[in-house]
Write a protein that binds this ligand. Structure first.
Ligand SMILES: *[C@@H]1O[C@H](CO)[C@@H](O)[C@H](O)[C@H]1NC(C)=O
Length: 416
């Protein structure tokens, strides 16, 4: 077993060992980064990078000692130095950029933070079909769902139980083969924090019109056909109640349970009516009452979905913002709604931030990555590894980088 830190130590931006398909960066309060290689042939899952809580001894100090200076603070310092020295790596020209991590296994296709904000998982294409398309945390920080690209076959969903310490391999808790037809590509994997039944709802979307719904315990809850032509993105609300896809028809489906918490079915509940062209990205608000959509019609819209849909009430439009640039439908667009009240949107190399109140544009970074951005994920709480606790966004892209960004300040009048 090799430690990725040995490879990474001389290069502050390089965190990933050479065989990583899924990397887990534990960044809750960075001091050192403990690296571990995991050897699951099934998934080629590889690294867990962890930093102990402040003031706590690293779980495996001998590993930590092999990675001097790869804490988040030092990464930031190195990023700043690299910026000044115009080093070989591209450093985004934005005061919001905090740090960049390098994936040595190709494009970063998916990102997910654990609910406690201590772990960030990245799915990388692995340089082959055996990579992962997306990741999502299930119940707890040691439960990681992975959408694999299929070994010459169809995409599959696997729930891994990650080892607690820096030793051991992840154990597959369950695998569902054939999540999508072999001819289709897995595109999005998302998990809710819970549901009426207690378990998280895990949804997996292909690039066609199907979304597969699983319980966190591995039960197959069914498939939704979203109609239209192609799912550009899919999302599940954090309470596990609503599922929606960004596509031509913008319907919201309910994952329904009876009073006893027994699953009763998947139903079409609401339609978001108003965009003049297809919706390319979509996100639910962490406070559950709202939804954001970004469309090829050049607008971002915020919706109130806390309506009496059973009485055929439609979601109410709360705000419409003109996008700083038209979205290119050939490039992936992603939306992420952070608990700090800021909504992030990416398309191509560009990253933009909007205030959840009124959808005002707060900041725009034209060149956030040197290749199209594929994934966005807000840390669910303020990242405590920094000088002061900060709302933090992670982005991943085709340039094999994960970048961390500080949230822009919300306009004073809007702050709650
Ligand atoms: C979906 O992915 C498959 C496999 O990569 C590809 O052949 C197909 O054209 C894609 N379909 C759409 C609608 O993008």
């Amino acid at each position: 077993m090799a430690h990725a830190g040995e490879q990474a130590a001389g290069d502050g931006s390089g965190l990933a060992p050479a065989t990583v398909a899924v990397a887990v960066v534990i960044a809750g309060s960075a001091a050192v980064i403990v690296v571990q290689l995991l050897r699951s042939i099934l998934l080629r899952v590889a690294g867990i990078y962890s930093t102990p809580k402040r003031g706590q001894r690293p779980a495996a100090a001998q590993h930590a000692s092999t990675t001097p200076g790869t804490g988040l603070k030092s990464l930031m310092k190195q990023a700043a130095l690299a910026k000044r020295a115009a080093g070989p790596d591209f450093v985004p020209d934005s005061e919001l950029h905090l740090a960049s991590l390098r994936s040595t296994t190709g494009a970063v296709l998916g990102l997910a933070w654990s609910a406690d904000g201590d772990a960030l998982a990245a799915a990388t294409d692995g340089g082959s079909l055996q990579g992962a398309s997306d990741v999502a945390f299930g119940a707890g920080p040691s439960s990681l769902a992975v959408l694999t690209r299929g070994e010459g076959g169809a995409p599959a969903v696997t729930l891994l139980t990650l080892p607690r310490g820096p030793h051991g391999d992840p154990e597959p808790a369950w695998t569902r083969h054939g999540a999508h037809a072999a001819a289709n590509e897995g595109r999005c994997l998302e998990a809710s924090a819970g549901s009426k039944a207690g378990y998280p709802i895990i949804i997996s979307s292909s690039n066609k019109t199907d979304i597969h719904v699983y319980s966190g315990t591995g039960e197959d809850l069914g498939t939704i056909d979203t109609g239209g032509f192609e799912n550009y993105a899919a999302a599940v609300s954090s309470d596990g109640r609503w599922v929606a896809a960004a596509t031509f028809t913008n319907d919201i489906y309910e994952v329904a349970f009876d009073r006893q918490g027994t699953f009763t079915g998947l139903h079409k509940a609401m339609a978001l009516k108003g965009h003049a062209a297809r919706v390319l990205a979509l996100a639910f608000s962490p406070d559950l009452g709202r939804c954001a959509t970004a469309s090829a019609d050049g607008t971002l819209r915020l919706w109130n979905i806390g309506v009496r849909y059973a009485l055929a009430e439609d979601p109410k439009l709360l705000a419409t913002a003109r996008l700083p640039l038209a979205l290119d439908p050939k490039l992936r667009a992603r939306l992420a709604w952070g608990a700090g009240g800021v909504i992030a949107l990416s398309n191509g190399h560009r990253l933009a931030f909007f205030d959840e109140a009124g959808a005002d544009l707060l900041a725009s970074v034209p060149d956030a990555h040197t290749a199209p951005i594929a994934a966005l994920a807000w840390c669910p709480g303020r990242l405590t590894a920094l000088e002061r606790p900060t709302w933090t966004l992670a982005t991943g892209g085709g340039d094999a980088r994960v970048r961390l960004w500080r949230s822009p300040e919300r306009s004073a009048g809007r702050r709650v």
